[in-house]
Design a protein around this ligand. Sequence first.
Ligand code: ZN
Length: 907
Amino acid sequence: MQRSLISLAVMALLGWSASAPALVAASPATITAAATAAAKAAQANQQVTTQLPRNAVPTHYAVSLTPDAASSSFSASVTIALDVKQASSSLTLQAADLKFSAAAISAGPGKALQQASKIEVDADKQTATFHFAQALQPGSYQLKLDYTGVIGTQASGLFSLDYENGGVRKRALYTQFENSDARRVIPSWDEPFYKATFALEATVPAGQMAVSNMPVTSTTKLADGRELVRFATSPKMSTYLLFFGLGEFDRATSVVDGVELGVVTQKGSLAQAQFALDSSRDVLKEYNDYFGVKYPLPKLDNVAAPGRSQFFGAMENWGAIFTFEYAMLLDPRTATQSDKETSFLVAAHEMAHQWFGDLVTMAWWDDLWLNEGFASWMESRTTTRLHPEWRWELRAVGTREGAMERDALATTHPIVQRIATVEQASQAFDSITYSKGEAVIRMLENYVGDEAWRAGVRSYMAKHAYGNTVSDDLWREVEKSARKPITAIAHDFTLQPGVPLIRVADAVCKNGKTTIQLTQGEFSKDQQDKKPLSWRVPVIAQTVGASGNANAHSSNAVRTVVSGGKASMTLPGCGAVLVNAGQSGYYRTLYAPKAFNALTREFSRMPAIDQLGLLADSWALGMAGQMPASGFMDLANNAPVDAAPQVWQRIADALLGLHDGFEDKPEQRAALDRFARARLAPVFARVGWTAAKDEAAPVANLRETLIRVLGEVGDKAVIAEARRRYAAAATDKEAMPAALRRPILGVIAVNADAATWQQLHAAAKAEQSSMIKAELYDLLGAANDPALAQRALDLALTDEPGATAGASIIRYVANTHPDLAFDFAIAHRAQVDKIVDGSSRSRYFPGLGGRSADPAMIGKLQAYAKQYLSADAQGDTRTAIASIAYRIKVRAQRLPQIDAWLKQHAG
Ligand SMILES: [Zn+2]
């Protein structure tokens, strides 16, 4: 699953990128930290967790589904082939919101049929128990169930999405089953370990296209005009990977390595999916090679759907990936370089899951990171390889920051964690599972070498195809191929939480060699006196400048593993010492003052990735009070105007974070804004409003960032030009080309007055494209003016923006006005619950309030959790509270240092 990209898009628009400064970004939260011992015990436990009795296992589901889109309900029957393992008088399956009309079991075709004597439904546990008067002896059976269920309006179970196409209202149906919602459509053993085959048939209106995991084998016209569509039987797989979609769709295909690749869109949007189809071709070839096991299904569709979820952006259903339009389609009117990157990387992520997740699946949600950490790492690796011109390798630092930001709070948890309930599984889809998982894999791959890593992955795939695994199954295979101990390091980073800190003492240079002493501690934002945990940390270091080599890591970099808390390293050359060269390590580096100053002087000679790493560490350590907060400002001040676009994006976003931090201090904010304009305007002057011919792709992203940030820090020229272009766009197509449309609209929306807001509102109403319409509605929530933000909130709860747009608008408002948005959502809680998918409610509210810097919000969040959330659903609330407490501390204790630095460097 791809985490919701709306929140990422929101953040990109308003300056909180995934690599955002900790000061502003309180990405929604986490789960209770499981004790390391407990995680280790879970790992060692051979018996996979289940919430069902262990008396039977399913082998095959034959499902017959008849959806009625107009009445938002469906009727269905399922025949489940199963093996009873112990004599039992009942069978318990998972089921949610289903009504049963019949249940019977037989030992096979032609054998006596036994009706269930009683059907017991437990809504809280989401189970249905079928009792039989005559006990079932061990053996094979067929259980046949007839039932009805509901079609929802939010993305879980079977759900509908309404949209306009050519001015006509349409309704399409889709399913979303991860993590635990297959039970809303099929009574089933709805846990990843219970793999089975699936044969699906559906009765559908004529003229509509039905899509599932496997190809259609037959379509039969029925007497009433409807059609019966049958799909081929799936391979053995987990329930959460089943998919069904139905609507007035278009489909384009392309054959690669004998597999039919498809894209499915609403009618008329196929051209916008061409890039996604081309991307899928490239990625499939790459993965068939990388994994050593060919993609095993006959076809692979990517189904685009209008609307949004607050929980996810795309889902890896085997053979039928589901992706929201905004994360897949490129509309020539609006598509930017970053949209292209998103479309590619989402496809690369979901396709990686076709192996990591679908072919080989974690046994239980404790090891969810095996799916998500790996798919995230693979998405980054593949984007870097197949689009080297995007310089995606530089994003590694931002990904790592996204993880460390959360991992340095006391509320964090280990990558591998004990999951007991559906709620906890849902909350596990967080930046620890995704981004720390990705960063740790990057570090381990770098440690064993990419060839050995791939060999290990290949044998893991071959060995566990169609099966389930735990993390140690992967370590075992990599260790074998690498012939290097990796499991101990992997355990340190996956079974215990937190961020290692490597302290670098002042270096000594003698006879052309530099000796450094390293000690290992722990980086924490809110537990300064904590006794540090112990990690074995792979470290790469080198000298920079003087006789050190400036721009190549390989030539003079030295590796070691810091173990037992300290290490000494001898590096060739003299000069500034750079630790974590290449930035593959998951740890923070704290330099002694002289060593840091030496690096500041050599900043312009360092590779871009290390510039990003140094910026990230100095920011985080400065804000946490472990080095002067001014260190980051010195680097920002020293960055050359021609530094890599990604470096300037990082600096611009950080300055915007400081601008936000000074929200209640106009004088200090004015000083910060002056500095930001002075540094960024010359960079923007080089980049300009119009793309140069043959411009490097990252420059287009930098242009977007600079327009947005300069628009926020009051650059009069940028704001005036954005307004001029916006006004001219009605008559002049060149005024607001696709590449500039979003940043210009962002500046307009953020600085909107009532008349401009109304104009944007009218544009949203009139828009014909479902994708662009949703984006315009989001923008209504971006205004700095609190009165306009309130109007956006009121609008969000009406029917006008559409069933999945309201929650998104409120989230937009929360970026600028978290207290207003949270109070509003709580005051209208019942209504808001209806527009948020059930699986993300316990995360949505803390996500709104978590951006606050008001101490009162902590009490509000506690009250909300106490009243509405079960104990196992409060993880996100705890992290939101920890983030607010940290933000308050930073504003009180660190921002004065920034202000002092600004005064010292004024003029
Ligand atoms: Zn995923």
